[in-house]
Ligand binder design. Structure first.
Ligand code: TTP
Ligand code: MG
Length: 418
């Protein structure tokens, strides 16, 4: 296996490190490499070795990500499509499917779950997980980390891991040697590892705080760690001690099993901004329909509905509601989504992305539901629509989709707006 094909690369010698026992907590941060582009390369092998940009190459487009070939030209996430096309005119532009990204991310999650239940996903391709010796596995955390990267590479993509005693240090470490990087910071080495790094590496330091720190001559985390709370209170307020502690590698925050791990969602970026309630709910329906279909395929029912809205200034608003009974039926949860949006005060603002998700899966979700809680329902909800009747209709639609493909059917719902 050549260095290029290896599942991971390390700056330090594996054999030497694995001989050192690990004392105390072992927290990893994994971040998949050029994730959306990697999934596209996996599904379209002809892309391998060519510069690939994920996004729409049009005037309003933004780069979601670029593979490492395209990054050599300076292309990166969040850059305007116009600029990216200038830098890398030969790039292949693709969009891919969120469902497919979620599918591959779920395969990675399944690998992590075989080592520990203590997993905190923080984005589609990132998670913290706790593999402290004795907690769930006794193996050396470095051996587990290496094995995870091997198994991820067998999926046909790759990832990078930071391993240390804390979330703060591991998050920074996972980024150090991307792609396919495995960076280990042993217990006791945290402060020395962080000391030479730029303050920009520490999560939560925005451009304003960074400017103020630089004015004080603080450029590295080692310098930041030397300050007292009183010195920096005017910059970080009540969070000052937390920033100083984290800059010194002191972070005891635990891995918190997240809700996100257990959700099925779907979102879309709009070709042009929308702002009326009608437009928002019209965009939401096909997304809700797909979420319903995916829930039923997975045999899941959930009690919490979330609607995500991203405004043209990239601010995100998420609104959610938890109901008494779990559902997998968009005819039940879509009207609630409409109600959430109507009450969220978002209409009139420029919106560029909408999304919908169901989480909080119920173990009783697999049992047959009686009637959906129809009390207090908004007028627009399908009055008196029996859950069982709707479920039977779903079965028929799902069967057709299973046979002829998802797009074989569209807009069958009685309350899809036109
Ligand atoms: P990242 O982990 O930030 O980026 P990445 O995985 O593409 O590359 P890296 O090797 O540096 O980790 O984000 C994960 C995915 O999220 C990314 O593949 C595409 C998506 N994404 C966007 O759609 N828009 C964005 O602005 C960013 C940062 C990511
Ligand atoms: Mg990534």
């Amino acid at each position: 296996m050549s260095q290029h094909d290896a599942a991971y690369r390390m700056k330090r010698d594996y054999d030497e490190l694995i001989a050192r026992p690990w004392e105390g907590r072992a927290i990893c941060h994994i971040d998949l490499d050029a994730f959306f582009a990697a999934v596209l390369e996996l599904d379209h092998p002809k892309l391998k070795g060519k510069p690939v940009i994920v996004g729409r190459n049009h005037e309003r487009g933004v780069v979601a990500t670029a593979n490492y070939e395209a990054r050599k030209f300076g292309v990166h996430s969040a850059m305007s499509a116009v600029r990216a096309a200038e830098l890398c005119p030969d790039a292949i532009w693709m969009q891919g499917s969120f469902d497919r990204y979620h599918e591959v991310a779920a395969q990675v999650l399944a690998i992590l779950e075989s080592y520990t239940p203590l997993i905190q996903r923080t984005s589609i391709d990132e998670a913290y997980f706790d593999i402290s010796p004795g907690r769930s596995k006794t193996a050396h955390p470095l051996a587990i980390s290496a094995e995870i990267l091997e198994r991820v590479s067998l999926l046909g993509i790759s990832g990078s891991i930071g391993l240390s005693t804390s979330k703060t240090v591991s998050k920074i470490a996972s980024d150090i040697l991307k792609p396919r990087g495995l960076t280990v910071v042993f217990p006791g080495e945290e402060a020395a590892f962080l000391a030479p790094l730029s303050i920009h590496k520490l999560g939560g330091i925005g451009p304003v705080a960074a400017e103020k720190l630089k004015a004080l001559g603080v450029n590295t985390l080692g310098q930041l760690a030397q300050f007292t709370e009183l010195d920096l209170h005017h910059i970080f307020g009540s969070n000052t001690q937390n920033f100083i502690d984290r800059a010194a590698g002191r972070d005891l925050s635990p891995v918190v099993i997240d809700e996100e791990t257990k959700s099925i969602s779907n979102e879309t970026t709009l070709l042009s901004d929308i702002s009326s309630l009608d437009e928002i709910t019209k965009e939401l329906y096909p997304l809700a329909e797909k979420v319903g279909w995916r829930l039923r395929k997975a045999g899941l029912k959930g009690r919490t509905l979330s609607v995500k809205i991203r405004f043209s200034d990239f601010q995100i608003k998420t609104i959610s509601k938890t109901f008494d009974q779990a559902t997998d039926d968009e005819r039940m949860f879509y009207p609630l989504a409409k109600e959430l949006v109507a009450n969220a005060g978002v209409a009139g603002k420029r919106i560029r992305l909408v999304g919908i998700g169901i989480s909080n899966f119920s173990s009783e979700g697999l049992e047959q539901m009686s009637l959906f809680d129809l009390e207090g329902l908004h007028d627009e909800r399908p009055a008196g629509l029996a859950v069982e009747k709707s479920a039977r209709l779903n079965e028929q639609i799902d069967a057709i989709r299973e046979k002829f493909g998802y797009d074989a059917i569209g807009g069958l719902s009685s309350h899809r707006e036109n």
